[in-house]
Design a protein around this ligand. Structure first.
Ligand SMILES: NC(=O)c1ccc[n+]([C@@H]2O[C@H](COP(=O)([O-])OP(=O)(O)OC[C@H]3O[C@@H](n4cnc5c(N)ncnc54)[C@H](OP(=O)(O)O)[C@@H]3O)[C@@H](O)[C@H]2O)c1
Length: 356
């Protein structure tokens, strides 16, 4: 699919590019982002190439990301052209429980800060950044509807939530004639395929577009790292140095095998590893727009070349096999073997499959 073909986001009238520009790297305070000059170059290149979908969050790089995005939109005078998405949930004031989470008080506090930093009076897509385990689904749904009615928000989505949470919200919205969420933002890549257990089908059933984040596993799937040496700079070396749980998970033996297979496929296809890894994510069922990240213009240029080719059946098979998620309960019941037992050995083409 060419980069200037737009897609509707979920069951909505909002049209977005198949690659969304993630801006978590806009700002240097976290130790692995870009200077303002590099961020501007990345932003300008993306919009000049036809991209219209920008992802940020109130907390990214302590607000620097939103500030820079707001500035670049002003410089380009393209507020009408871009689909501007930001997020709330993470705490903005240590020690104050109501300056974080998904309650109405924090939502209004966070939104007013985002609108100021982004130099705009409305957000096209407002994401709840993560489930806070506290605020009732109804409170978030009604608050989002109030924000839509007030004109400060056009659409909303859910990031990093359990599947049941999104399904419950969409069901309530439909039952009560309210605006429901239109999209999900979830981690998805060759090294993190767990959304396939539950989210892909739920999203299709509920009319939600999926926008995957960290499609390169933070850079691991660019193929520039190897097991022995993660180098000294870049985000992954910092994750490795942290030695925390996510570091153990990311740098598992299984993931290095995926990287090896990916590099071989990329060599065969005459593409970069990053292009193949992004292509894989962007072409999976249910994926509307893949959120790409870059710290340098050359990375963005590379990544924008992820859509204009097809992978051979053999390459697809290699990638699918090496990265297959573990068979866990209860999802084993939904696989081919159990379904055959359920359907008496016959093949069933389900309704959602007949639409393609
Ligand atoms: N909702 C959420 O909870 C959530 C969480 C995380 C991210 N996000 C969103 O998703 C966006 C993308 O996430 P991500 O940054 O983790 O994505 P990613 O694609 O997994 O990693 C991007 C990083 O990989 C490296 N890289 C990218 N392209 C490359 C290339 N062609 N060659 C070599 N290295 C390359 C760069 O890091 P180095 O230069 O440092 O190596 C870049 O910053 C974020 O900006 C944010 O908008 C959302």
């Amino acid at each position: 699919m060419p980069f200037d073909t737009y897609k509707s986001l979920g069951r909505s009238g909002l049209k977005v590019s198949p690659l969304c520009l993630g801006t978590m790297t806009f700002g240097e305070d976290w130790g692995w982002g870009s200077s303002e000059t590099a961020a501007r170059e990345i932003f300008n290149h993306y919009v000049n190439a036809g991209g219209n979908f920008i992802d940020t969050a109130d907390g990214y790089v302590n607000g620097k990301s939103e500030e820079q995005v707001g500035k670049f939109i002003q410089e380009n005078k393209n507020r009408d052209q871009v689909v501007l998405a930001t997020k709330f949930t993470f705490s903005g004031q240590p020690g104050n429980p109501n300056a974080g989470g998904n309650g109405m008080k924090n939502m209004h506090r966070a939104l007013s800060g985002s609108l100021k930093r982004l130099q705009t009076d409305y957000i096209d897509l407002y994401w709840m950044h993560a489930w806070d385990r506290t605020t009732p689904v109804e409170e978030v749904l009604y608050s989002m509807n109030d924000l839509i009615r007030s004109g400060k928000v056009r659409y909303f989505g859910l990031s990093d939530v359990p599947s049941w949470y999104a399904a419950k919200m969409q069901t309530l919205a439909q039952a009560h004639g309210l605006h429901g969420p239109i999209a999900l933002q979830l981690e998805y890549s060759l090294v993190e395929r767990t959304i396939e257990y539950e989210f892909t089908e739920m999203a299709s059933e509920c009319g939600l577009g999926i926008c995957p984040w960290s499609p390169l596993g933070g850079g691991m799937l660019s193929g520039k790292y190897n097991k022995e040496d993660l180098g000294k700079d870049g985000r992954l070396s910092k994750i490795k140095d942290s030695g925390n749980e996510s570091s153990d998970k990311l740098f598992s033996e299984r993931n290095w095998q995926i990287v090896d297979a990916l590099k071989k496929v990329a060599a065969t296809e005459k593409k970069t590893a990053a292009q193949v890894a992004l292509h894989w994510v962007a072409t999976q069922p249910g994926i509307t727009s893949t959120i790409i990240g870059a710290t340098k213009i050359a990375q963005l240029q590379d990544n924008l070349g992820a859509l204009d080719f097809e992978l051979s059946a053999e390459s697809k098979e290699t990638l699918a096999k090496v990265s297959v998620p573990p068979h866990i309960h209860p999802y084993v019941f939904f696989g081919a073997q159990m379904q055959s037992m359920i359907n008496g050995g016959t093949q069933i083409v389900r309704w959602s499959q007949q639409l393609h």
